[in-house]
Ligand binder design. Structure first.
Ligand SMILES: Cc1cc2nc3c(=O)[nH]c(=O)nc-3n(C[C@H](O)[C@H](O)[C@H](O)COP(=O)(O)OP(=O)(O)OC[C@H]3O[C@@H](n4cnc5c(N)ncnc54)[C@H](O)[C@@H]3O)c2cc1C
Length: 488
C-alpha cells in the first residue's frame, strides 16, 4: 500500500471537476482487496472517516473528502476474465473505460454504455450509475452489471449476483457468508426514467441495484462482472448545424418518434445550443453561425443497409433546412474521433472557464418526462435571460435531459446562479422529473435532493446507510449531510 501524508503529495485528490476543494490527512493507495479490507477495519477501530477516490472526473464533489482520509482504488486494475462466448468481462474496478475498451475490443466486444469521459473508472461509473453520450441507445451502466464485489464500510464483504437476492415488500432478509442481513428500504420509489438522485429504491428490487448509484456511501465496489456486446459492424456519426433553433428541435422530435417506432435507432442524440457553439467556435473553425446543432451516432448492425440509413439522416436534415455545406458526416475513425472530441470538449471548456474565474460548477442535470421537455427547455431560456448571467445548454436531448450550465464570472453571479438552479430543479420536479439524471447528488447538489424527497424520506436513506455503516465513516456528506446521520 502506498501512503502519502503530506498535502502536496496528494493535492490533486482533493478535487474533482466540480471545482470543490476538500481536505484530508492522508491518501492510501491500496494494491489489492485484502489491503483494502485491513485498512477499512483499522479505520473503523480509530473511527476515521474515509472517502473513495476513483478517476475524479465526477461533477458533484462525491470523491472530494471533507476531512478523514482518502482511499484510492487506482491500482485495482486487473481484468480477471474476458469471456467471449458469454460476452462478459470480470474485472477490478480501478480500470478506466479507455483501458476496458482497449482490452475487450481485441475480442471484438464492447461496453457501449459509458460516462463520455473515458478516464472515469468502472468503479466510479457504477457508483454514480453513469450513462453518457450513448445513453439514448444503451441506457445507463446499471443495465450491464451482472455482479459486484463489495467491501462494506465495516470491512465485511458481499458478493452480489444479479437476480440472486431481492426485496419483498421493501424488506431485504438474506444470509451471506454465515451472516444474516435484514433491513427495510425507504418508502419512496425512484423514478423509472433516467435518474441518479438518492438511493435507487423500488418495491421488490434486486440487491445489486441498491449498490449501483450509491455514490460511495454503502460500500467500496472492488470487482464487477459486466455484460458486453459484439462490436457493431460499423458506426457513423454526424454533426448537423441548424440556422433556426426551432428546426433543430423539430428534427429531434422526428428522430425520437422514429426511434419509438423502431424505424431509426440512433445510439446517440445530443444537443448544443447557440451559446455552446459560440463557446467552441474559436477552437473549431468548422462551426458556422448557427442557432443549434445536433450530434448523433448511428450503429450499423448485421441486417442494416448503411446506404439506406445514411439516406434517412440526410433526408431528415434537408427537410428541416440544416446547414448542409457545414454539417459533418463522419464515417471514418479519424473523422468520428474529430467530432466526438468536439462533443467531449464542451464540458471540459466549461470547467476550464469556471476554474479561471475560481467558481464552482453551477449546473443542473435535470431530466423530465418526454411530454414536458419543451416546457422545461423554454423555462431554462426564459429564466436564463432574466438572470443576465452567461450560460450554455447542451447534452442528452434524446433522453429529455440537458446540462444547463451557468457561467458565473464572480461570486455575486454565482450566488444568483445557485438560486436559479434551485428554481430549475423545482420546475423539473413539478413536471414529474428528477433533479439529477446522471451526475448524482454528491456534495454540491444536496439542497436539490430536498426538492425531490421529503425530509422523512431523506432520513430513511440515512437510516439505510447506517445499517451498512453503523459508525458513519464512508463517503460522509455525499447525498445527505452527516448531521442527518447523527440525528437518525
Ligand atoms: C468531460 C466530462 C464529461 C462527462 N460526461 C458525463 C456523462 O455524459 N454522463 C455521466 O454520467 N457522467 C459524465 N461525467 C461525469 C463523470 O465522468 C462520471 O460521474 C463518472 O462516472 C465518475 O467516475 P470517476 O471514476 O471519475 O469517479 P469519481 O469522481 O472519482 O467518484 C465519483 C463517486 O463515486 C464514488 N466511488 C468511486 N469509485 C468507487 C468505488 N469503487 N466504490 C464505491 N464508491 C466509489 C466516489 O466516492 C464518489 O462519490 C463527465 C465528466 C467529465 C469531466
Amino acid at each position: 500500500m502506498i501512503i502519502k501524508t503530506k498535502k502536496d503529495q496528494f493535492e490533486s485528490y482533493l478535487e474533482d471537476t466540480s471545482n470543490l476543494y476538500g481536505t484530508a490527512s492522508s491518501l492510501y493507495i491500496v494494491k489489492n482487496k485484502e489491503e483494502l479490507v485491513t485498512l477499512i477495519r483499522d479505520l473503523n477501530k480509530h473511527k476515521t472517516p474515509f472517502t473513495i477516490s476513483a478517476g475524479r472526473t465526477g461533477t458533484t464533489g462525491g470523491c472530494v473528502p471533507l476531512g478523514g482520509v482518502i482511499i484510492s482504488i487506482e491500482q485495482l486494475k486487473s481484468i480477471i476474465e474476458i469471456n467471449k462466448e458469454n460476452k462478459t468481462v470480470s474485472l477490478e474496478t480501478g480500470l478506466t473505460f479507455k483501458e476496458l475498451e482497449e482490452a475487450v475490443s481485441k475480442k471484438n466486444l464492447t461496453l457501449r454504455s459509458s460516462p463520455t469521459e473515458s478516464l472515469a473508472f468502472i468503479g466510479g461509473a457504477i457508483s454514480t450509475c453513469a450513462s453518457g453520450v450513448r445513453g439514448f441507445g444503451y441506457g445507463s451502466i446499471r443495465n450491464y452489471i451482472s455482479g459486484i464485489e463489495v467491501v462494506l464500510p465495516t470491512g465485511e464483504q458481499l458478493n452480489i449476483k444479479r437476480k440472486a437476492v431481492s426485496s419483498v415488500k421493501r424488506l431485504f432478509d438474506f444470509e451471506h457468508k454465515g451472516k444474516n442481513f435484514k433491513f427495510k428500504l425507504p418508502s419512496y420509489t425512484a423514478p423509472k426514467f433516467k435518474s441518479q438522485a438518492g438511493y435507487f429504491v423500488h418495491n421488490d428490487m434486486d440487491l445489486i441495484d441498491l449498490f449501483i448509484g450509491s455514490e460511495g456511501t454503502l460500500g467500496v465496489i472492488v470487482g464487477a462482472e459486466i455484460n458486453l456486446q459484439d462490436m457493431p459492424l460499423d458506426v457513423f456519426d454526424g454533426l448537423i448545424f441548424f440556422k433556426k433553433e426551432t428546426e433543430g428541435l423539430e428534427f429531434v422530435e422526428k428522430i425520437k418518434n422514429l426511434k419509438i417506432k423502431k424505424l431509426l435507432e440512433p445510439t446517440s442524440l445530443e444537443f448544443f445550443d447557440k451559446n455552446s457553439l459560440d463557446m467552441l467556435r474559436s477552437e473549431y473553425s468548422f462551426v458556422p453561425q448557427a442557432e443549434c446543432a445536433i450530434y448523433f451516432e448511428q450503429a450499423v448492425e448485421k441486417n442494416d443497409d448503411p446506404a439506406a440509413l445514411l439516406d434517412k439522416w440526410a433526408g431528415l436534415s434537408e427537410s428541416l433546412n440544416a446547414i448542409a455545406d457545414k454539417s459533418i458526416l463522419a464515417d471514418t475513425p479519424k473523422e468520428r474521433e474529430r467530432i466526438f472530441e468536439f462533443r467531449h470538449r464542451l464540458p471540459q471548456a466549461i470547467n476550464e472557464y469556471l476554474r479561471s474565474f475560481k467558481q464552482l460548477k453551477t449546473a443542473v442535470d435535470c431530466a423530465v418526462p418526454p411530454a414536458a421537455f419543451m416546457e422545461m427547455y423554454n423555462f431554462y431560456k426564459e429564466k436564463a435571460k432574466e438572470s443576465g448571467i452567461n450560460y450554455v445548454n447542451f447534452g442528452h436531448i434524446g433522453e429529455d435531459h440537458l446540462h444547463f450550465n451557468f457561467l458565473p464570472k464572480a461570486d455575486s453571479e454565482s450566488i444568483t446562479a445557485k438560486k436559479y438552479m434551485e428554481t430549475f430543479c423545482r420546475k423539473a420536479v413539478e413536471l414529474g422529473g428528477t433533479v439529477s439524471a446522471e451526475h448524482g447528488i454528491g456534495k454540491i447538489k444536496k439542497p436539490y435532493l430536498k426538492i425531490m424527497y421529503t425530509q422523512a424520506q431523506i432520513e430513511e436513506m440515512a437510516h439505510l446507510k447506517k445499517y451498512f455503516d453503523p459508525v458513519c465513516l464512508m463517503g460522509l456528506d455525499n447525498i445527505f449531510g452527516k448531521e442527518i446521520l447523527s440525528r437518525v
